[in-house]
Design a protein around this ligand. Structure first.
Ligand code: FES
Length: 127
């Protein structure tokens, strides 16, 4: 039911871990399945220079987290904000319909991390 690409990212996830001094962190959860995902970003000159994730969830949640870190790395914040759950699912060769929400979680976590970074930037400016 999973594509070979999903299985490959699940078995060998990229960019796993935490960035202790991250510039932005996005944490999201799905109340229905209980899965949780956190994405950490470092931003250099408006680009995502480093990105890591921690996911407590199903295989598709791990694979979509892994894939989104690859899609977002070295992108500008504006480009990364435009990455959709469909981009993630398509890059993985598709996901079963019941697993589409897992890619939603990954896109949401990335967008939350960027929003968190921007909020911190605003707070720093107003100090
Ligand atoms: Fe909920 Fe995968 S089953 S994130």
């Amino acid at each position: 039911m999973y594509s070979e690409k999903v299985m490959e990212h699940f078995r060998n996830p990229r960019n796993v871990g935490e960035i202790p001094d991250a510039d932005g962190v996005g944490t999201v959860g799905n109340p229905v399945c209980g899965d949780m995902m956190a994405i950490y970003i470092k931003v250099t000159e408006n680009r995502i220079s480093d990105i890591k994730f921690k996911t407590f969830g199903c295989g598709a949640a791990v694979a979509t987290s892994s894939m989104i870190t690859e899609l977002a790395k070295n992108k500008t914040l504006e480009e990364a904000m435009k990455i959709t759950r469909k981009d993630v699912a398509d890059s993985l060769g598709g996901l079963p319909p019941v697993k589409m929400h897992c890619s939603n979680l990954a896109a949401d976590a990335l967008h939350e991390a960027i929003k968190n970074y921007r909020k911190k930037l605003e707070a720093d400016k107003s100090e």
